[in-house]
Design a protein. Structure first.
Length: 678
């Protein structure tokens, strides 16, 4: 991750250039944020192609903000944790799939989306419920909502056999981000890709810290610099892709290594802390799909993952403007391993009736070294077996899809009480209807029951976990429609609109509750949350002479209230909106393309909500925030090289805002990007 890597990063593509033909411009299909046609009876939103490439966003978390109904929890800074919540059901109920296989974290159930760059991403797709197809793994069926990250596959124009892309990004806040991608055609049926990215930044940016008393007077108002948000990270990824008769296969290796500051909350005029996090994430996975006959199809998946996390928390004080680090409060290392296998069978009974059977097996193990901790660690192991039986039937304008998922979990621990084995069955039913043959108007509805297993931290974390926890259950109901206007002989090329209304009910919600000792809390099943809301997406594509215009607008209204009781008594927060749930949110993307120029404007709005202090009272209010982002791109040619330059302005109005209370976000920043395709 030092000078040697930078040397290889920049000069390897030029060494490879001897294999490259002159015409190496990658042709991308332009796919826009939209609802898919009737075959998608489930609400779906997609960002891909040029629209994804032109956004002023560079991590998966940033791009997902433009999906209706999603909330990104960003703990500030380049090194801060970034997670996603869909319809306020909780981060643990969102399944994130990377090239078809779920990203897992048995320790705390959270996927940090800040680790995944958009540089090599072909598309982002989000489904509420699950995909409309039944030819998928049992884990796909088992999530309340799913997000699919699909990386780019090699595309070769004409007789080309090699594509090379070199890219460099820098920002106005001390940020360097070189990357490259190499694609090679090995034969008519096999190709490969290798990509790498290196990020280094001190993460420092100015922010304004302002707090008011209950009577409206100013308690704090100061400008400071965000510290301990530095990051140094390396990502290396390689894939190989093959075609076989009536099928295809691929395999991937992924490695991520980072050292970063984990910026803490700004409280009581404390602007620095000593939290540090070291991550090493490795996984390798493979996928195979084949049509054996016209009626029978099969697919298989396999994955091995190893994750290392080292977390250090130290006391810090400020002396004469200098940060002084004292002794460590904690110095913990965690080691996770995961093995995963999946097989899916699809059989076409008749032309309009399909049935599928999916079986998954997953093994998770967690080890730890905890300096200064005298209590015994449990060293848990989890064996998970899932199966799903699903069927879809189509007749005239109707489509019906039903599924049931069975899950059996066994666990082994070295110390403490062993959690009992768990077996659960969860059904789902989806309906779609096209009432008019001459209009692209589709109605849909679904009901789905899902659950989430308690994480290792929930069950076994010292002084907190409870081995008697039950799974957290969620019932989700949805009705909606999609309409695509037929337009002919107009400057408007396409208009599509989708809207959905939903209701959710979570029971046995896992929460931290106090015991007789205020210094000891315990995870327990006492929570209940009920929510409902409306989501809408409008997409318009048009042209004015040679200018292509694309507009994507989203809006969501949601209520998600806490109906938790403890020992039969209503808590003080009973009936309140749960923390960080805005009533109103929305986004807009406006894109204009003219020849080799591209202009992009994007806007995100999140309304008033309450912080994590539970009660909906004035002092706990978090004010609305919004950002305006601008981007200008120009493609040009120098000799035989295809180049693209971009200038991006994020948070153009320099708004001071917080996604999470006391975690200030960066103000106005400017980014410069230069890429060369060989």
């Amino acid at each position: 991750m030092k000078k040697t890597f930078l040397f290889i990063l920049f000069f390897l593509p030029f060494i490879l250039h001897s294999q490259v033909s002159n015409d190496s411009l990658r042709v991308l299909k332009e796919v826009i944020l939209k609802a898919k046609p009737y075959q998608e009876v489930i609400p779906v939103q997609t960002l891909s192609g040029k629209l994804l490439e032109n956004l002023a966003s560079h991590t998966v978390a940033d791009a997902l903000r433009y999906f209706a109904g999603t909330q990104i929890k960003d703990y500030g800074g380049l090194g801060g944790l970034k997670t996603v919540d869909v319809r306020n059901m909780g981060t643990h109920h969102v399944g994130v799939f990377y090239d078809g296989i779920q990203l897992g974290n048995a320790q705390n159930g959270v996927t940090d989306l800040g680790k995944y760059s958009l540089d090599d991403m072909e598309s982002l797709t989000m489904y509420n419920g699950q995909k409309s197809e039944i030819f998928q793994s049992a884990k796909d069926f088992a999530a309340a909502s799913t997000i699919y990250l699909r990386t780019k596959r090699p595309v070769f124009e004409g007789t080309k056999k090699t594509n090379v892309l070199v890219r460099y990004k820098t920002m106005s806040i001390n940020y360097d981000d070189p990357s490259f991608r190499w694609e090679q055609k090995l034969s008519d049926n096999v190709s490969m890709s290798v990509s790498s990215q290196y990020i280094k930044s001190n993460g420092q940016y100015k922010f304004r810290y302002k707090r008011k008393n209950l009577d409206g007077t100013v308690a704090y108002d100061t400008t400071a610099t965000r510290l301990n948000s530095d990051i140094e990270a390396l990502r290396i990824e390689s894939g190989i892709y093959g075609k076989i008769k009536n099928g295809s296969w691929d395999a991937k290796v992924y490695y991520y290594d980072s050292e970063r500051g984990a910026p803490g909350a700004i409280v009581e005029n404390k602007f620095s802390d000593g939290f540090r996090q070291f991550d090493k994430n490795f996984f390798t996975q493979a996928f195979l799909v084949k049509d054996f006959t016209e009626k029978y199809k099969f697919q298989a998946r396999a994955k091995y993952a190893y994750d290392y996390t080292h977390y250090i928390a130290r006391d810090t004080t400020s002396v004469l403007g200098e940060v002084v680090t004292e002794g460590a409060q904690s110095d913990d290392s965690y080691f996770q391993q995961e093995y995963y296998f999946s097989g899916v069978h699809l059989y076409n009974i008749v032309s309009n009736w399909d049935v599928s059977l999916s079986t998954d097996f997953q093994y998770n193990r967690l080890n730890a070294t905890r300096k200064g901790i005298q209590t015994q660690f449990s060293f848990p192991q989890r064996y998970t077996a899932l199966f799903s039986l699903a069927s879809s039937y189509r007749i005239n304008g109707f489509k019906v899809l039903g599924s049931v998922v069975g899950t059996h979990v066994q666990e082994e621990v070295r110390y403490n009480t062993k959690a009992p084995d768990k077996t659960e069955f969860t059904p789902a039913l989806f309906l779609g209807y096209t009432p008019f043959k001459d209009y692209d108007f589709n109605l849909r509805a679904f009901a789905k029951r899902i659950f989430r297993m308690p994480t290792f931290n929930d069950l076994y974390y010292t002084m907190v976990g409870s081995s008697t926890l039950r799974p957290e259950y969620m019932n989700q109901f949805d009705v909606g429609f999609t309409y695509n206007w037929p337009i002919k002989n107009s400057f408007v090329d396409k208009i599509s609109f989708q809207a959905d209304a939903y209701y959710t009910n979570t029971k046995d919600k896992i929460v931290a509750a106090p015991t007789g000792n205020l210094f000891r809390w315990m995870m327990t099943n006492i929570g209940q949350v009920k929510g409902h809301g409306i989501e809408s997406v409008l997409n318009i594509a048009m042209h004015v002479d040679n200018v292509q215009l694309t507009t994507n607008l989203t809006y969501a209204y949601t209520e998600s209230r806490d109906y938790t009781k403890f020992s039969g008594l209503e808590l003080s927060s009973y009936g309140d909106q749960i923390p960080y749930t805005p009533w109103h949110s929305g986004s807009a993307i406006l894109n204009a393309a003219y020849q080799t120029w591209n202009f992009n404007y994007s806007f995100v709005y999140v309304g008033k909500r309450y912080n994590g202090n539970v009660n909906n009272i004035k002092i706990n209010e978090v004010q609305p925030w919004y950002t305006h982002d601008l981007a200008v791109q120009k493609a040009f040619t120098i000799k035989t090289y295809k180049l693209k330059g971009a200038v991006e302005l994020n948070n153009a109005l320099n708004q001071n805002y917080e996604v999470i209370y006391n975690y200030p976000m960066p103000g106005r920043t400017m980014k410069f990007i230069l890429s060369i395709e060989l």
